[in-house]
Design a protein around this ligand. Structure first.
Ligand code: ZN
Length: 299
């Protein structure tokens, strides 16, 4: 199934549900960054979370950045997801691998670390991003994002994200976010029922592997609560806005002396985009042109 996002409501608009399938884009991230199994799961869960959080922003061009900074061997995770369905991201140490945890699952919590912080920045495009920080709960990402939603955004929320990665790559990835909006949040029985149903899900990827579609998963969770599926299906993809022009712009900022040095010692320059792993090479001639530009600008 293609990577996609779908929305639904229930309880006469009191419940908002969003689901994403991110199998292909997580596989693309795995290949681009040469991620280990546990790094694939950690980055994939964070990218799915970012897409889910971005989906409830209103203004065109809105983006969400999530930074996870634990003390585990994986180092930090950074993702950038947009309301437009694009996402990109990376981890500091992509080759870190750990033995499975006591439940036989990829040890994302161990790789990220239990101590640390989750930073979420929401940028609606006005130039004043709204940011917020919470302590990590488990480093498993799903719990941490849910904790952020409850404490920072004060919306009762259930979030499940998962990635299944095997020898042949990523075969299932995605997640769901269910939020109880203020008009229904006082209905404690409703919140409790939802919480227990989500808690009973044995993760998200087993459902995908059973062949369940997002509408079927929503039906299972919200079918008796007045579920209304919204017809629009949004496509999702891994996308990075980097370009050779931007790399040249960054190189130019190093200044004449540094550029001269690169020409003499390295006969050019190589730059790798952190977000997507794309490698850009600038020749000596291109660097010489930047020096010319700098000199003519300073006249
Ligand atoms: Zn890039």
């Amino acid at each position: 199934m293609a990577d996609q996002l779908i929305r639904a409501t229930a309880a006469a608009g009191g419940i908002r549900a969003v689901g994403v399938i991110t199998t292909r884009l997580t596989e693309e991230a795995r290949r681009r960054h040469k991620l280990s199994y546990v790094a694939t799961a950690a980055l994939g869960r964070t990218m799915s979370s970012g897409l889910l959080l971005a989906s409830n922003m209103k203004r065109e061009g809105s983006r969400v950045n999530i930074r996870v900074k634990g003390k585990g061997p994986l180092g930090g995770i950074l993702i950038d997801a947009g309301l437009d369905g694009t996402v990109r991201g990376y981890v500091d140490n992509p080759s870190v691998e750990l033995p499975p945890n006591e439940r036989g699952k990829l040890d994302v919590g161990g790789a990220v670390g239990h101590d640390g912080y989750l930073y979420v920045v929401r940028d609606v495009g006005y130039g004043y991003p709204y940011s917020s920080t919470v302590e990590l709960v488990s480093g498993e990402i799903g719990d941490d994002i849910a904790h952020y939603l409850v404490t920072s955004e004060q919306t009762p929320s259930a979030l499940v994200v998962g990635v299944f990665v095997g020898a042949e790559g990523v075969t299932a990835a995605g997640g769901i976010l269910i939020q109880v909006l203020p008009k229904a949040a006082t209905d404690e029985a409703l919140v409790k029922t939802l919480e227990s149903r989500v808690a009973k899900l044995a993760g998200f990827t087993p459902l995908l592997q059973e062949g369940k579609t997002l509408p079927e998963i929503f039906e299972q969770l919200l079918g008796d609560m007045g579920l209304v599926m919204l017809p629009e299906v949004q496509m999702l993809r891994f996308h990075c806005g980097c370009s050779f022009e931007r790399v040249l712009g960054a190189l130019k900022m190093l200044g004449v002396a540094e550029l001269q040095d690169m020409i003499e010692k390295d006969h050019g320059a190589e730059a790798t985009c952190h977000f997507c792993g794309e490698v850009y090479q600038a020749s000596s001639e291109e660097l010489a042109r930047l020096i010319e530009d700098l000199r003519s600008e300073s006249l």
